[in-house]
Design a protein around this ligand. Structure first.
Ligand code: NAD
Length: 697
């Protein structure tokens, strides 16, 4: 039974009970419809309270019903019954009334809530819009601008804030149900009329004439390339201009447009992928994570400082070790500056700056690491230095301490091998800026102990990161695939594209910035230095030749006001450079590459299909558990647009695996087979008509 109807004197109670979150399944919808019908038919009942058992009010639609034919009563059918109900109805809210849950509450005459409750319409996050009256009722209730912003952001609204805005009639204390009944009895005693949101008329003249035009422009900028937010504006416009009944029809049309758009499919993929990523095959459910009460970080450079901030933010004391006082001072200075910048923006209080700085303890002595439960190394990226550091750690760390490396490329097994406790060693690969980027690749070495893995996964959650487990291969998941991305961009430059065309195409695709601009931001000297240590036979030297020449000409990127682009001092806007164009053309001539017109489509396909092909290899080798994990890496670590689902989902759904294979074979013929040999996994999937969902865990 997902719900039941009870009588309490002359008040009817519709009590929903559909654990764990009272998702609005067909059974719940039936219980609401049945309860309201019974209350209508019973002359002894003067009003109804809708309330939920368990930890929350109805937290939203039942997402498992998204696929498949609609079940009756559908959401709109149920809301019609709520709307037509002629006696006063109160929604009694605790926990989270999101999506359909909030829409049911909006259909009632009154809403009461406990102070800790939250309401909201988060549908936009799944690429859809509230399809059960939310876009019509919320703006009527709290105003057009506030309603529009709430629906476009999809963010939760704390009950006290919602009450101030007028979406909740009363914040109640004590027992919720008793308070709701008392509230309803008062309203009944007062004799009504009992307000209905549907009866509120918005006067279009109360809005600036260009309100919706301006909203479209603003939201197009803030939610770049997104389909649903624009349809939400259309729906809210209908709420202003049409009576409720017609507005609901319009809302439904727009809902269907969103639900059938590729973006909603991609965003739903992301939703499920995020829930799956922490499920690790072969990790027994009863593994007990180790206790992490204190942490140490070695190296206070770009990454070490940011990594330390994550722990201080979570209230975990963290010792930071450097080789010299100067490095410590510089590193902690940057951390303080970051915190102060957050405080200046009002994101944290000045007291929090001090509390967090107080949790970070600088040291030059390994002795100070002996009590740490977890030690993360973030020193220079060379095996020799890493080995020295881990040798020292092996001597000072207490038994059972987890020893982690933030290495970008190096073998975790090789690092673990120099310690006497390889089971305690794991990779924790953060992304820059480490205090901001959500991704943490967790590199599982061949000997990493199950409880070390479980601890690291749990810790990722504690510091609000998305932990993705990767196998131990060169560059793990993210950086290994990135190589294909950078290589194709480098080759396309020589073949005829300009930096601005490449970056423009990638930006239009949805990346936060193009790969060359990204190089300028990170510093071209970083890659240059790392290539010095690499065997030239292991990578495409033609693709990096322009970057090499830029660095040798002193063009390191933004920090020198010159890289692939020119920059004016203090200004990050890239300007095309005639000198760079000359270097590109000279380099193309050097390799006897005939320059030609390149289409934007070729830029996208070469950059991202090369990535996907490497992703297939990672999957085939078992270095990722599932294709959706690879997508999560790219969404959270590299800014791949969520509305395209990630590089694997994009290839499968926007290109199609069979077409992708054909294109890869085409590039093998035109660009050369060295980097364009199709992954055997891709060939197998296409031959067998299977998709990525059939691979891995
Ligand atoms: P960085 O040069 O900014 O910082 C390294 C710091 O380590 C320096 O402050 C240096 O003084 C210190 N250090 C060097 N040897 C040491 C030792 N023996 N003991 C203590 N401290 C020592 O480098 P970074 O960019 O922070 O990179 C650190 C690690 O993180 C590397 O393995 C790198 O591959 C990885 N990483 C970097 C990024 C990035 O974008 N910068 C992203 C992910 C991972």
């Amino acid at each position: 039974m997902a719900g039941r109807f009870e009588k309490r004197g002359d008040i009817g109670l519709i009590i929903i009970n559909n654990p764990p979150v009272n998702a609005i399944s067909v059974a719940v919808r039936s219980a609401i419809v049945d309860g309201l019908n019974q209350a209508s038919a019973d002359a002894g009942i003067k009003g109804v309270v809708i309330v939920c058992e368990g930890r929350t009010f109805m937290a939203g639609a039942d997402i498992t019903e998204f696929k498949g034919a609609p079940k009756h009563p559908t959401f709109p059918e149920m809301l019609d019954v709520v709307e037509a109900f002629a006696k006063p109805a109160v929604a009694a809210i605790h926990g989270t009334a999101f999506g359909g849950g909030f829409e049911i509450a909006l259909g009632c005459n009154y809403r009461v809530a406990v102070a800790s409750a939250q309401v909201g319409l988060p549908e936009v996050k799944l690429g859809i819009l509230p399809g059960a009256g939310g876009t019509q009722r919320l703006p009527r209730l709290i105003g057009v601008e506030a309603g529009l912003n709430a629906i476009v952001s999809g963010d939760p609204i704390p009950a006290p804030v919602a009450a101030k805005a007028g979406a909740i009639d009363k914040i109640v204390e004590g027992d919720l149900l008793e308070a709701a009944i008392a509230f309803l009895n008062d309203k009944i005693a007062a004799g009504g009329p009992h307000p209905k949101v549907s009866q509120i008329r918005i006067d279009p003249a109360s809005l600036p004439a260009d309100f919706f035009e301006a909203a479209r422009k603003r939201i197009a900028k803030e939610r770049r390339n997104l389909f649903a937010p624009q349809r939400i504006i259309d729906a809210v416009e209908a709420a202003v201009n049409l009576p409720l009944e017609e507005g609901l029809v319009r809302e439904r049309e727009l809902f269907v447009q969103c639900a059938t758009n590729s973006q909603s499919k991609a965003l739903q993929h992301v939703f499920f992928a995020e829930r799956q990523v922490a499920k690790i095959p072969g990790l027994p459910a009863d593994v007990k994570p180790r206790d992490i009460k204190s942490v140490a970080v070695i190296g206070a450079g770009t990454m070490g400082g940011g990594i330390a901030m994550n722990f201080a933010n979570a209230g975990i004391p963290v010792t930071v070790l450097e080789v010299a006082q100067e490095g410590l001072d510089r590193g902690l200075g940057v951390v303080r500056k970051n915190y102060e910048a957050s405080a200046a923006k009002g994101r944290i209080t000045p007291e929090q700056v001090e509390t967090r700085m107080g949790l970070i303890r600088p040291t030059l002595s390994y002795d100070d690491l002996k009590d740490a439960d977890l030690i993360i190394e973030a020193v220079f990226e060379t095996m020799e230095i890493k080995k020295t550091v881990f040798g020292q750690l092996d001597k000072v760390a207490k038994p059972g301490a987890i020893l982690a490396s933030n290495t970008s490329y190096l073998s975790i097994d090789a690092i673990a091998g120099i310690t006497g406790r390889p089971g305690d060693v794991v990779g924790t690969h953060f992304f820059s800026p480490a205090n901001v980027m959500r991704l943490m690749e967790i590199v599982r070495g061949s000997q990493t102990a199950p409880d070390v893995l479980a601890t690291t996964l749990e810790l990722a959650k504690r510091i609000r990161k998305v932990g993705v487990v990767a196998g131990n291969c060169h560059g793990f998941i993210g950086n290994r695939m990135l190589e294909g991305y950078g290589r194709e961009a480098g080759l396309l430059l020589l073949e005829g594209a300009t930096p601005q065309q490449i970056d423009g195409a990638l930006y239009a695709f949805g990346m936060p910035m193009g790969v060359l601009q990204m190089g300028d931001l990170a510093g071209l000297d970083v890659g240059y230095k790392s290539r010095k240590d690499r065997d030239p036979a292991s990578y495409e030297t033609r693709a990096t030749r322009v970057a090499d020449r830029l660095v040798e000409a002193g063009r390191m990127g933004q920090k020198t006001n010159a890289g692939y682009y020119d920059y004016e001092p203090g200004n990050r806007t890239p300007k095309p450079s005639a000198l760079v164009q000359q270097i590109i053309e000279e380099t193309a001539a050097e390799f006897q590459i005939q320059r030609r017109a390149i289409s934007d489509a070729e830029i996208i396909e070469r950059c991202f299909l090369s990535m996907m092909n490497i992703g297939c290899e990672i999957l085939r080798e078992g270095h990722a558990y599932r294709a959706s994990d690879i997508d999560i890496v790219y969404l959270n670590g590299y800014g791949f647009p969520a509305y395209r689902g990630g590089p694997m989902f994009w290839a499968e759904n926007e290109i199609g695996l069979a077409t992708a294979l054909e294109k890869i074979k085409g590039f093998a013929a035109s660009v050369g087979p060295r980097w364009w040999t199709p992954s055997p996994l891709l060939e197998q999937l296409v031959a067998e008509g299977r998709g990525f969902a059939s691979v891995g865990a």
